[in-house]
Every structure is written in structure tokens, then in C-alpha cells.
Design a protein. Structure first.
Ligand code: NAD
Length: 457
């Protein structure tokens, strides 16, 4: 069977890739296990450093072609594809740098023995990746895992496998055979990978519902799950904030990837004293956004990934229409052969709970007023998600109180959606388990072993 990959803006067929089955996953894991056991990869940190550094260079040199490929299979605008390439290169570069710094610790113990704690790579790790930022989200987790010395079986989304396959093919020849193996397919292949007996850790980025299935399959045989799941990102805007900056950042992050982004700033909570002003300023900006061909430099929002995804977004917009909270936008546009939605603003005092707390994953923001700090924090925390939130205020004490009161893995103060290869990130509550990036991201793919030495009298 072949998977047909189409251009999301035009619907045209771009390419076909061979679909694997459970036996294909088994063979891929076998090859990765063989590479883990026999190659120099797990032991030679200098080799890992060198390969990852040169791999970053090769991806950077091919960036133009990879951007074109990413744009076609995701349907998002070129500037986002360029950023995705830059983040991918940075993930490889940062992790190549820390490859040779992964160390344990030594202890003198009360009985006179010596304890050595060493970090060993877990073995074969599985990577299951979504379609919205397919290359970067793979390398965000894969680069720290390779730094740790694991070997990897990677399953891209069947909607967007092409750029990943091209970028993996750019690895330098010194990358030992089968250190990174790709399998293609959907739920069945993902499930076979997550449940495979020889896969010691599973990194999953995707929806919370599928994350639960993947974690269950992994934990049943005590493999380590690392989950980066859905989000309901909020900005909390206080009257003493720099409103120009806040509005700029909300606009930049609410409609990124047409709102199909885990970190999207989909919810805006505004103090009642400035709520009408902020709502109107946002509405004016949203009405001016241009939806259409992602190849056109004037386009702000490209395509929705599929008609099914667009139908799901429309379902939420229908809830808003029915209760009268849809302020503007939300029309389905039929341009070319893709699915497009005009960005929408939903606003009101007590809008439907589904709009407030569920992940819409489309070009939709909700603007809601609050009366005091406690209400702002309670509203932001009412969702099951806890990935990222921002606080807009020039009162340092308040921003600190907010940062402590909000149940999100990342809190930005007077900025939004800044992430760094150096600093771990991840979700609270149903937004995930574990942390990616930083040393913590490397440690997710290691086992800590205690070697206890009898030193004698
Ligand atoms: P998805 O959960 O439908 O699919 C993600 C991956 O899992 C794909 O590769 C898919 O083929 C695979 N899959 C599907 N069913 C499976 C199963 N039963 N077992 C194993 N694998 C299976 O998600 P999506 O639609 O590709 O992506 C959108 C979701 O991803 C949103 O919820 C978004 O918030 C989330 N996301 C999270 C982050 C983050 O870093 N936290 C980043 C991007 C996207």
C-alpha cells in the first residue's frame, strides 16, 4: 500500500510513500536494536557530536528545498517553514554541543563504599510526530535523544512524511547504519511502534486522546513515555500592560499555522476595564488578515491541514454562532483544492464551556473579561490543558503571583511562545508528561544506573 501525500493548498498529489505494517515496524526496530548493540554510536560521544553538527550544516545548506517541501505538505506560509528549518538546525547544533557533557556523579557512601551514578542511553526509542511542525517537532525530541546515544525509529504523520524523509536522508555518511530508521503509516503503525517490546522509550507529540493510547501501550511494558500533547494557550492582559506589545504578540501567536499549533494563543483573558478596547483592537486586526495561497508573500494564514480538520473547527464556530458570541470571521473558503477558514473572534462574558476549555486547533480566538486576579487565574486554569500561558503586566509582583498561580508548563511574562533548545519545556495536566529540550530532554532518554564498589578496609 502507498500513502498519497498531497499539497494542502491545492489538493494536488505530490508524492507517494510506501506504507509499513506491523511486520515492517518489527523489522525497523530490529535494525535499530542491532545498531544500538553493535555500532559505536552509544559509546562514542565525539562521533555523535560530529555527525549531529554536520547534519545541521547539511539541513541548513538544503533549507530552500526543504522549505518548499514543507510548505507544500503542510499548507502553511513560507516564513513559518523557514522558522521551522532554523529551529531544526538549532536543535541539532545545541545537542551536538552537549553530547560530550553528559555525565553522572560519584559518591562516598557511609559504609565506605563508592557509588557511581552513570547515565546510559535507554536503547531503541520510538518517535511519533504530528503534521503541523513535522520536522522541528521530530528534531526537538530526536536531537537530545541522539545526544544521549539512543537509536531511533521515527514515524511521521502520514499527512506530512516527505520533508522528514528528505532531512533524515541528509545525515552524513558517518551516521552508522540504522541509527535512525523511518516507518510510515497511521494509527496502526504508531500503535505497533508504541507497543513494541524492544522499544524502551516513546516520544509522542500529538493529540491528548492519542497520547493516552500511546502512553498506555508504553507503560504496560514499562517503557518510558514522553508526551507533548494538546494545549489551550492563554494571554492574561492587565490594565497596566503595554497593550501595543500584547496585541502584537497575540496576533502573531493566535493565528500561526492557521491556529493549528499546540502553543497557539487561542484564549485572551482581559481585565474588564480594558476588555472592550482590547477586543475591538484585536477584531480590527483579525478582519485585516489575508487567508489564501501559502506561496503568496501577502498571505497571513495558509490552508487547514484537511477537510476533516476544517469540519471540526466549523463545529466549534457553530456553537459560537448558536449562542451569539461569534464577533467576526469563521467563513469556510473554497480556494484551489484546499480547505481554508477566515480567522474568527469569539467574545462574551460567559461563552460556552467547550469554546473556553477545549482545543479548537484552528484560526479562532476567544476574548473574555475578568474582574480580578483570582478570577483571571481560575478562568485560565479551568481547562484540562496546561502547556503555555502569558501574563501581560508591568507590575513585577503581579506577574510573579500569576506565574505561580497558573498551571502551565511554560509561563511567559510580557512575551509569548518563545522556546529555546537550552531550556526544558512540556505540559502540565493533560498537556503532557516529561520534558523536552535542555539537559532534561537528554535525561528523558537515559537510565540512571548505580554502580556500587566495595573499597575494602
Ligand atoms: P494525532 O494525535 O492525531 O497524531 C499524532 C501522531 O500520532 C501521527 O503521527 C499519527 O499518525 C499518530 N497516531 C494516530 N493514532 C495513533 C495511535 N492510535 N497510536 C499511535 N500513533 C497514532 O495529532 P495530529 O492531528 O497529528 O496533531 C495535532 C495535535 O498535536 C494537537 O492536539 C496539538 O496540540 C498536538 N501538538 C502538540 C505539540 C506539543 O509540543 N505539545 C506540538 C504540536 C502538536
Amino acid at each position: 500500500m502507498a500513502i498519497e501525500v498531497n499539497d494542502k493548498a491545492t489538493g494536488e498529489l505530490i508524492d507517494r510513500v510506501e506504507e509499513n505494517d506491523a511486520a515492517g515496524v518489527d523489522a525497523a526496530v530490529g535494525r535499530a536494536m542491532e545498531a544500538f548493540r553493535r555500532s559505536a554510536w552509544r559509546r562514542d560521544s565525539r562521533l555523535r557530536q560530529d555527525v549531529m553538527r554536520r547534519w545541521a550544516d547539511a539541513i541548513e545548506a538544503a533549507a530552500d528545498k526543504l522549505v518548499d517541501s514543507l510548505l507544500a505538505e503542510t499548507g502553511k506560509v513560507r516564513t513559518e517553514c523557514e522558522r521551522e528549518l532554523a529551529f531544526t538546525v538549532d536543535a541539532l547544533r545545541f545537542n551536538s554541543g552537549i553530547t560530550r557533557l553528559i555525565a553522572g556523579s560519584a559518591h562516598e557512601l557511609p559504609d565506605g563504599s563508592a557509588g557511581h551514578l552513570i547515565r546510559e542511553p535507554v536503547g531503541v526509542a520510538g518517535f511519533i510526530v504530528p503534521w503541523n511542525w513535522p520536522l522541528f517537532l521530530l528534531f526537538r525530541d530526536l536531537a537530545p535523544a541522539l545526544a544521549a546515544g539512543v537509536t531511533a525509529v521515527v514515524k511521521p504523520s502520514p499527512l506530512t512524511p516527505l520533508t522528514t524523509m528528505r532531512a533524515v536522508a541528509l545525515a552524513p555518511a558517518e551516521l552508522p547504519d540504522s541509527v535512525v530508521v523511518i516507518v510510515n503509516g497511521g494509527a496502526e503503525v504508531g500503535q505497533a511502534l508504541a507497543g513494541h517490546l524492544d522499544v524502551a522509550a516513546v516520544s509522542f507529540t500529538g493529540s491528548t486522546a492519542v497520547g493516552r493510547l500511546v502512553a498506555t501501550a508504553a507503560v504496560q511494558r514499562f517503557a518510558k513515555p514522553m508526551l507533548e500533547l494538546g494545549g489551550k494557550g492563554a494571554s492574561l492582559v492587565f490594565p497596566d500592560a503595554d497593550l501595543d506589545r500584547a496585541i502584537e504578540a497575540i496576533m502573531a501567536n493566535a493565528f500561526i499555522t492557521a491556529g493549528q499549533m499546540c502553543m497557539a494563543n487561542s484564549r485572551v483573558l482581559v481585565h474588564r476595564a480594558i476588555a472592550a478596547q482590547v477586543r475591538d483592537r484585536l477584531a480590527e486586526r483579525v478582519a485585516a488578515l489575508h487567508v489564501g495561497d501559502p506561496r503568496d508573500a501577502a498571505t497571513d494564514l495558509g490552508a487547514i491541514i484537511s477537510a476533516t480538520q476544517a469540519d471540526g473547527i466549523q463545529g466549534y464556530l457553530d456553537i459560537a454562532r448558536a449562542e451569539g458570541s461569534l464577533l467576526l470571521g469563521g467563513q469556510r473558503l473554497e480556494l484551489g483544492g484546499g480547505a481554508f477558514i477566515q480567522p474568527a473572534v469569539i467574545s462574551g462574558d460567559r461563552i460556552d464551556a467547550r469554546l473556553r476549555s477545549e482545543e479548537i486547533f484552528g484560526p479562532v480566538i476567544t476574548v473574555e473579561p475578568f474582574d480580578d486576579e483570582d478570577e483571571a487565574y481560575a478562568l485560565a486554569n479551568e481547562t484540562q490543558y496546561g502547556l503555555g500561558a502569558a501574563v501581560w503586566s508591568n507590575d513585577v509582583s503581579r506577574t510573579w503571583r500569576a506565574a505561580r498561580a497558573l498551571s502551565f508548563g511554560t509561563i511567559w511574562i510580557n512575551r509569548y511562545n518563545r522556546t529555546f533548545a537550552e531550556v526544558p519545556s512540556g505540559g502540565m495536566k493533560s498537556s503532557g508528561m516529561g520534558r523536552t529540550r535542555g539537559f532534561e530532554g537528554v535525561h528523558e532518554f537515559t537510565e540512571l544506573k548505580h554502580i556500587n564498589v566495595e573499597l575494602g578496609a
